[in-house]
Design a protein around this ligand. Structure first.
Ligand code: 5GP
Length: 121
């Protein structure tokens, strides 16, 4: 698959505010935060979209959620609440084709998560 900006962040070729790293994953602050806390949790293995998750990747994807819940606990917003989402392809708003969980917290998060403009469309 094509390289993305996230590969460069993993290799430290471009800067990012990294909050967590282990052998399998990396978490860093979104450059354009949509909430007081907006983290991206990515696998180090490049997987373009949810559609590309292979049978062997199931544990890895579960690990991303485990990192999310651990960061929520460690950063102190687990009980207050937070949202974890992953966009798939263009209509869902995916812009970086290396799967990533968005972890959003620190304010009331509306639901459903679409705008008036999108409802009309
Ligand atoms: P998507 O739209 O694919 O679900 O989410 C991609 C996210 O990556 C966006 O929220 C965007 O702000 C974030 N992003 C794009 N480029 C960079 C970057 O270079 N650094 C960081 N930290 N976040 C980025």
């Amino acid at each position: 698959m094509a390289e993305t900006i996230f590969d460069k962040i993993i290799r430290r070729e471009i800067p990012a505010d990294i909050v967590y790293e282990d052998d399998l994953s990396l978490a860093f602050r979104d450059i354009n935060p949509q909430a007081p806390v907006h983290l991206l949790i990515i696998p180090k293995k490049p997987i373009a979209t949810i559609n590309d998750i292979a049978t062997d990747d199931r544990e890895l994807v579960g690990h991303l959620f485990y990192v999310a819940r651990t960061l929520a606990a460690d950063m102190g917003f687990a009980e207050e609440g937070y949202r974890v989402v992953m966009n798939c392809n263009e209509q869902a708003g995916q812009t970086v084709f290396h799967i990533h969980l968005h972890l959003l917290a620190g304010k009331p998060l509306g639901w459903p998560p679409y705008t008036e403009r999108m409802k009309q469309g």
